[in-house]
Design a protein around this ligand. Structure first.
Ligand code: GDP
Length: 445
């Protein structure tokens, strides 16, 4: 699931990594790639359009954080938008004020409703609830028996018409189940309704009748994620025919492109509440838009790092630093030290490469630094006089010897640092000449 989309988005991002800033043309090219990636993942066209327009607008806008380089900014925007399209906040079950809470399941035959009923019941039981499953699918042969088997595996009670009892009306079964749940102190009732192979007026009417009879606290539409675009059409039909409060995606373990997951919320306006990921009862969990987004982007750690970077570098610091970067000339060893210290605050340096504004371009230099190196570099810089830090060109042989003695390192370590710094400064100047930092005073963006 989502592999193709993940791969494509990752390659879009990696092609941005070498950019100092994004031109409008870069943003156009990037959003074009994102559009293709989404269409290939079978995401519905209106959803793709809305998504791409949002990403484009935000990438062009001035909201982008100065703490991130362009590739990271785009990753962040795409991540935010993915979370948004998947529903934002995790939507939890609403329980009735007076039990039982009634949950009704609707969906096509084969969507995975009966399996899901068992999964949901088990999940709720493990949270201390006492759910009861209700067999209101009296159409499909064996449906009642299948639910009984599922109930046994989930270790929950099942309410079903006695074979031969003559009760053939699913609405009546559903209505009676509520009284039975009250009598037996079940706080949750999960009603499994009949599905058909295709969208069918009779099926819709029956589901609507059950709905009217029991007034569910939650009506969940169960849909097979593997049916791609059809999931969207089916969802729309159920929305009109029965109405529902939330969506359950099943078979997310399948080899699907993920379009259903990314479309259904936007198209129906209803949140995805649960996800099923296999045939076993435990292959099931609440649906978390943020976790799903980072799974799609395949970069959970990076996103955390990006957040850390944003927290560590407040906008003011970042703006000050960006101002220095635009002029190049003013970048001193003090700034160099300050940037390194900021990075050190955030954690192991190897994980944080490229997080500093402008430092993405210095990947190689940063790469050769490790955390102990950092302390040594700080010691060397602190052994310099303010004049030397402002203008390292004056650091001649005898000054080097003095600094080395002061910081307890070899003279060549001092020379090394000074050379590294000049390289960095040169790079800054080149950047400053060729580009501005967008949105910064003095920047050309
Ligand atoms: P219903 O007709 O909607 O009640 O669907 P069922 O619960 O009978 O499921 C139809 C088939 O899909 C069964 O073979 C299930 O084992 C299978 N199934 C249900 N959920 C999942 C899932 O999340 N992943 C996989 N791989 N199979 C599932």
């Amino acid at each position: 699931m989502f592999e193709t989309l993940s791969d494509r988005l990752t390659s879009v991002f990696s092609s941005l990594r070498s950019k100092g800033r994004l031109s409008d043309a870069d943003i156009d090219a990037t959003t074009r790639e994102i559009r293709i990636a989404l269409l290939e993942a079978d995401v519905a066209l209106p959803v793709v359009k809305a998504f791409v327009a949002q990403v484009k607008e935000r990438a062009r806008g001035s909201e982008v954080s100065q703490a991130l380089n362009p590739a990271q900014q785009v990753v962040k925007i795409v991540n935010d938008e993915l979370i948004g399209i998947l529903g934002g906040e995790t939507r939890r079950l609403r329980f009735a004020k007076t039990p039982p809470t009634v949950i009704m399941l609707a969906g096509l035959q084969g969507a995975g409703k009966t399996t899901l009923a068992g999964k949901l019941a088990r999940w709720l039981r493990e949270q201390g609830h006492a759910p009861m499953l209700v067999a209101a699918d009296l159409q499909r042969p064996n449906a009642v028996q299948q639910l009984q088997v599922v109930g046994e595996r989930a270790q929950v009670a099942v309410f079903a018409p006695e074979p031969g009892s003559g009760v053939g009306d699913p609405v009546e079964v559903a209505r009676r189940s509520i009284d039975e749940a009250r009598r037996l102190n079940h706080d949750i009732v999960i009603i499994d309704t009949a599905g058909r192979l295709g969208i069918d007026q009779e099926m819709m009417r029956q589901a609507a009748d059950i709905r009217d009879a029991v007034s569910p606290d939650e009506t969940l539409f169960v849909v097979d994620a593997m049916i791609g675009q059809d999931a969207v059409t089916t969802a729309q039909a159920f929305m009109e025919g029965v109405g529902f409060d939330g969506v359950v995606l099943t078979k997310l373990d399948g080899d699907a492109r993920g379009g259903a997951a990314l479309s259904v919320r936007h198209i129906t306006g209803r949140p995805i509440m649960f996800a099923s990921t296999g045939e076993k009862l435990e292959d099931f969990d609440a649906f978390h838009p943020d976790r799903m987004a980072s799974r799609i982007l395949d970069m959970g750690d990076i996103l955390t790092l990006i957040e850390q970077a944003q927290k560590t570098f407040d906008e003011e610091q970042a703006a000050k630093m960006a101002g220095k970067l635009t002029s190049g000339e003013n970048f001193t060893l003090d700034d160099f030290l300050e940037q390194m210290m900021m990075v050190q605050k955030m954690g192991p340096i190897k994980n944080l490469l490229g997080m500093m504004p402008g430092m993405g371009q210095m990947r190689e230099q940063i790469n050769s630094i490790d955390d102990r190196d950092l302390d040594r570099i700080a010691a060397i810089i602190r052994s310099m006089t303010p004049a030397e830090r402002q203008d390292p060109k004056i650091i001649n042989g005898s000054r080097r010897a003095r600094i080395a003695a002061g910081s307890g390192v070899s003279v060549s370590a001092v020379s090394n640092l000074v050379t590294r710094f000049f390289d960095a400064q040169k790079m800054m100047k080149r950047m400053a000449g060729g580009m501005g930092i967008p949105g910064m005073p003095g920047g050309k963006g």
